[in-house]
Design a protein around this ligand. Structure first.
Ligand code: DGI
Ligand code: FE
Ligand code: FE
Length: 195
């Protein structure tokens, strides 16, 4: 499907605010791709589609996951919105014809991250957090600057802040969110944080 058509389809299901976020993620992902020698087109597409299942209600996310035999973890069953990455990747494939595994993984893991992420996965995870319309997270000015200096250190900082945010709210933490933090903590200490 043509890019302009994808943009229009996404616009038609998202609220104005979410659509602005989506476009923010696409453009920041593009800029990060330019900085880190990743393909800007892939980054743009992954950004555009990363929240393509975010407008769906919990029951719908669970129903889609069941219909397409997507594995649903205990944590996702309790907090079905965590499935919007996985289901988003399915939509990217089935509705928008995206076959690129790296783009699909970037969509799948954009909320929790995962150990050993690809460059594109890191870019989408980070762009989602720093895009210009985001305003809630602490340390954003620092993290925004960091993002253009060191991908792994930024990833570590974002997972650390996300964990403390979830703990402060007494939200349940998905094991993958924790694993991502632990992996990048080791990674950064071990290799000094260069990507
Ligand atoms: O979809 P977006 O809002 O653009 O961003 P996102 O997909 O990164 O989702 C962010 C939300 O997900 C944020 O409120 C924190 C939450 N989240 C991230 N990891 C976990 C989590 N929520 C729970 N309950 N457990 C997690 O491990
Ligand atoms: Fe999301
Ligand atoms: Fe998002």
């Amino acid at each position: 499907m043509k890019k302009a058509k994808i943009v229009e389809k996404i616009r038609s299901v998202q609220s104005e605010k979410r659509f602005e976020h989506t476009m923010g993620v696409s453009y920041i992902a593009c800029a990060l791709a330019m900085r880190y020698d990743e393909d800007p087109e892939k980054a743009y597409l992954a950004g555009l589609l990363h929240d393509s299942a975010k407008h769906l209600k919990d029951e719908k996310l669970l129903a889609i996951a069941e219909k397409y035999h997507l594995p649903v973890s205990e944590s996702e069953r309790r907090e079905p919105y965590l499935l919007h990455g996985k289901v988003g990747a399915l939509i990217a494939k089935k509705t928008f014809g995206i076959e690129d595994k790296d783009i699909l993984n970037a969509i799948t893991y954009h909320t929790t991250g995962r150990p050993g992420m690809s460059k594109l996965e890191k870019i989408i995870f980070i762009a989602d957090y720093i895009e210009p319309n985001r305003d809630k997270a602490e340390n954003l000015p620092k993290i925004r600057k960091m993002a253009f200096e060191d991908l792994d250190l930024t990833l570590l900082k974002i997972s650390e802040d996300t964990l403390s945010y979830l703990r402060s709210r007494k939200d349940r933490i998905d094991p993958m969110t924790e694993k991502t933090y632990e992996y990048y903590l080791k990674e950064c200490v071990f290799n000094g944080g260069n990507d």
